[in-house]
Design a protein around this ligand. Structure first.
Ligand code: ZN
Length: 234
């Protein structure tokens, strides 16, 4: 039985739900994020607020929440031209991938998470990747995760488990999962403190949280929220 976990925690809705899930299961949970010179630093700021609020509002989770790690990955901006790291408009490319795609980003994240987990003695690596809500990122696929689990376990000679609690959930189900883990308080925390908007908008507050309301990330979050709320009313 696994007891310790490292959660890839960006400060968005998905990774916050994954963190809550890990905190409800494992005795010791640490968090990791990557600063790859995102166009907007609001997500990196948001994650610190989320951690503070989780500790303040959920004391039984606070006892389990260990160190937070933020690794500098500026090099990622040097090797990729995407709308997440450069000032350019979001669009679909000819290969069917959105230009927010950073090639190999999750592979790099998981490899570094594996290195850190090894050093910190953490057994499970938790990531909020998901195949259900289409984003077209090949490094979010279930097969990719299974391959990474094997590669890390062989390459570091330690049995790692890569856990993906959101892999087959849509965004409405992700809201439901948050509610089942931490009730209305966790749903409110996610609305108020997590950040998803690609444009880094923290000016406009909607029922589902802050954001521009029209970028692909906001649209996905809005749609999931509407489905979640409608299902609750029925
Ligand atoms: Zn947005």
């Amino acid at each position: 039985m696994h007891k310790t976990a490292l959660v890839l925690f960006s400060g968005g809705q998905d990774s916050t739900t994954c963190l809550a899930q890990a905190l409800s299961v494992y005795d010791r949970v640490e968090t990791i994020a990557f600063d790859y010179r995102q166009r907007h630093r609001v997500e990196l700021d948001a994650r610190l607020h989320v951690l503070e609020e989780l500790k303040r509002q959920f004391p039984h989770w606070a006892q389990r929440l260990g160190e937070d790690h933020c690794l500098d990955l500026a090099v990622l901006g040097d090797v990729s031209e995407t709308s997440l790291t450069r000032e350019m408009a979001f669009q679909m490319e000819a290969n069917g991938l959105p230009n927010t795609f950073v090639p190999g980003r999750n592979l790099l994240f998981l490899t570094l998470a594996g290195s850190l987990a090894y050093r910190r003695g953490l057994e499970v690596i938790v990531t909020g990747v998901c195949e259900t809500d289409f984003s077209g990122y090949p490094d979010c696929r279930d097969d990719t995760m299974k391959a990474m689990q094997l590669a890390l376990s062989l390459g570091m000679d330690r049995r790692f488990l890569i856990e993906t609690p959101l892999m087959w959930l849509d965004k409405a189900a992700t809201w439901r999962l948050a509610e089942s883990l931490g009730g209305a308080a966790l749903v409110d925390l996610i609305i108020e403190h997590t950040h998803t908007c690609y444009l880094g908008d923290r000016q406009h507050r909607h029922a589902w949280g802050y954001g521009c309301g029209s970028c692909p990330a906001c649209e996905l979050r809005l749609r999931g929220w509407q489905q979640y709320r409608q299902a609750r009313l029925v």
